[in-house]
Design a protein around this ligand. Structure first.
Ligand SMILES: [Zn+2]
Ligand SMILES: [Zn+2]
Length: 138
């Protein structure tokens, strides 16, 4: 049986989130405080700066602009935080020069977009068009 206190805490958090949904920045700050040990928080700061030349507040600003949602599927991230997407034509690999940063994406869309960019949209479209007649039979 789950602990009653855990349930209550979850309900409280849900309520807290609802109440403060407009103050996303505060929520994420609270999120960091609640869920991230200091060491992890510092590592994240370093990761953002080293890989994207981005400060945590720049990330938060972007996040706020996107209302905390993935820029493609418009869904909030489940467990992981949103990834920073950058133009791989400018910087191939995982790092960005800081100038080619695009939006924040959920891990799924980030991976999907990466595939799309390397394979090419036309190839995907061709495949879908090939199978389009089958779909219309259903
Ligand atoms: Zn997404
Ligand atoms: Zn770049």
């Amino acid at each position: 049986m789950p602990h009653k206190s855990t349930i209550r805490r979850k309900a409280y958090k849900k309520k807290w989130r609802k109440k403060h949904s407009s103050a996303l920045k505060a929520y994420y700050k609270q999120y960091y405080r609640d869920n991230m040990p200091i060491a992890k928080f510092q590592a994240r700061k370093r990761h953002l700066m080293r890989n994207f030349g981005m400060t945590l507040s720049q990330y938060d600003e972007k996040l706020e602009k996107q209302q905390g949602l993935c820029a493609i599927c418009r869904r909030p991230p489940k467990k992981n935080l949103l990834h920073v997407d950058h133009d791989r034509k400018c910087c191939s690999g995982a790092k960005s020069c800081g100038k080619c940063i695009r939006d924040l994406l959920c891990p799924r869309c980030n991976v999907g977009l990466g595939m799309l960019e390397t394979t090419g949209l036309a190839t995907f479209q061709k495949y879908l068009e090939k199978h389009e007649p089958i779909k219309s039979h259903i």
